[in-house]
Ligand binder design. Sequence first.
Ligand SMILES: [Ca+2]
Ligand SMILES: [Ca+2]
Length: 101
Amino acid sequence: MITTEELTADRPDIDPDRFGAESGALSLTSATFDIDGDGLLDTQSFEVDDALIVATDTDGDGDADHLTIVDADGEYSAWEFHRDADGRERWERVDEGGLDR
Ligand SMILES: [Ca+2]
Ligand SMILES: [Ca+2]
């Protein structure tokens, strides 16, 4: 998939309704939070349609390693990014549920 700087300037290119194991690497272009307190910005939160997405790059390579998607109904799903030895990239869902039940 090819993305231009124009498309990714403000937020990563992601469709929360279609996100899944095969969605591929998600590069973080403008992290604004330092979740682990090491002085390096690692996390970006943004909205796509009515979904809130929080993406964290835990190893500092510029690609998100952890992703949480909260949709307009309060349903959430959490994902971890894995790059296999053969180079295959996939997201694994590690958690899901509703925030208010
Ligand atoms: Ca950090
Ligand atoms: Ca990373």
